[in-house]
Design a protein around this ligand. Sequence first.
Ligand SMILES: N[C@@H](CCC(=O)N[C@@H](CS)C(=O)NCC(=O)O)C(=O)O
Length: 241
Amino acid sequence: MIDLHYWPTPNGKKVTILLEEAGIPYRIVPVNIGRGDQFSAEFLRMNPNHRMPVMVDAAPAGGGEPVVVFESGAIMMYLAEKVGRFYPQDLRGKYAVTEWVIWQMANQGPKSGECGHFRRLGDRQGDQSYAVRRFTDEVNRLYGVLNNRLHESRYLAGEDYTIADMICYPWTVNWQGQGQDIAEFPYFKRWQDELAARPAVQRGMAAGADLSEDVSKLPPEEQERRAKILYNQRARPVPVH
Ligand SMILES: N[C@@H](CCC(=O)N[C@@H](CS)C(=O)NCC(=O)O)C(=O)O
């Protein structure tokens, strides 16, 4: 059984898509990141970077202590290797997938995250127009990278559907909120429509839908406390033992 420490965001949904595609039994352990669960001592022992998702495999290959993995890209490689699906292990096949997984983690995820952050912020912290333009343009560039790749290839890593596709998909669903016009990217759209129609992708995207909270319904002081947790993070001091 896999325990997935999870909150329903794009970085979490990458993993639930793979778990559903591969038919791996799993249990969701909610990490309410708005409330600050990612800073609990128990969570920090699993991920010093205090971000979800984190995976715990109680029955790793070869037995022994449970294996704990943080960073969604590493979790997906681990799970796909464990079940021997969606991540070929021959030299060329492996790196054709790995390069797109790393591309997602280093480019699409962080830039889309900042794009959404500044677009949602409005002018509450002063004029953000440069940041909005910078990240909206960068995300547009990245959709172009996907579109050009999917012009020449059915899936991101070649002719087979792999974790490279699963890891990129959740960050593309909210293209309108990222200030993009999907009509600009027809080869990307063909791929996105195909993935959206897969039942396992639909189940993975819906995982934990009941967990989401409407923060605007919370008392104003709780809203302010939560905004500070998410948006004013600085280095954590070294723990005193
Ligand atoms: N590179 C990490 C990013 C994880 C990440 O940013 N998770 C966010 C939710 S999407 C989170 O836990 N945020 C908590 C916080 O900002 O304090 C991964 O892909 O696992």
